[in-house]
Design a binder for this molecule. Sequence first.
Ligand SMILES: N[C@@H](CS(=O)O)C(=O)O
Ligand SMILES: [Fe+2]
Length: 190
Amino acid sequence: MDVFIDLKQRLIALDWGDSNVMTYAREIFLDYKADQTKPFEQFPVKKNETYSRYEICTVAEKFNLVLNVWKPNSSNPVHDHSGAKYLFKVLKGSLTDEHYEFDHHKPIGQRLEKKSAVTLGLNGVYPGVDFTGYHKIFNQSATEEAISLNLYRPPLWKCSVIDSITEEPRPQLMAFANSNYEANANTLAQ
Ligand SMILES: N[C@@H](CS(=O)O)C(=O)O
Ligand SMILES: [Fe+2]
């Protein structure tokens, strides 16, 4: 069952050349309601991972849609999106997004400065559409898994992670827990 088919079709129908497209995508995200009848069992956190990424849809040069499934008490490292803008919606549990400023010229221990934080509950949608800096997302719950649906424009496939010890940016390629999800944008377009 493709629980995201309607959402994908609405996103694909947008004009991705329009500079306001993320605002329209945000409206679509606000409209979309998580179905609470256990539709996410097909997306477990993989063994040895604290969170797993599932590719839901990629439309080259336009956007990609990624489902992130977070174990209790888990976080990703502070990272950027290589210039891609993003949005996300909480489909299960609650998640916090912290934004940081990274200054390579400062001494280690002071290079990352927390600028803001937002915590979103079920069906909460990230409030911005323009942020392209450094951030991390985490699940503060000690007991509950959390799930977010993240949208990136253009598609996110690499980022820079700030190493927690050296505080140097380290390039990283995004790996997906599903390598050939059946319902990609090409399938939809046919
Ligand atoms: N791009 C992040 C998820 S989010 O922070 O946008 C990751 O894969 O860890
Ligand atoms: Fe991110």
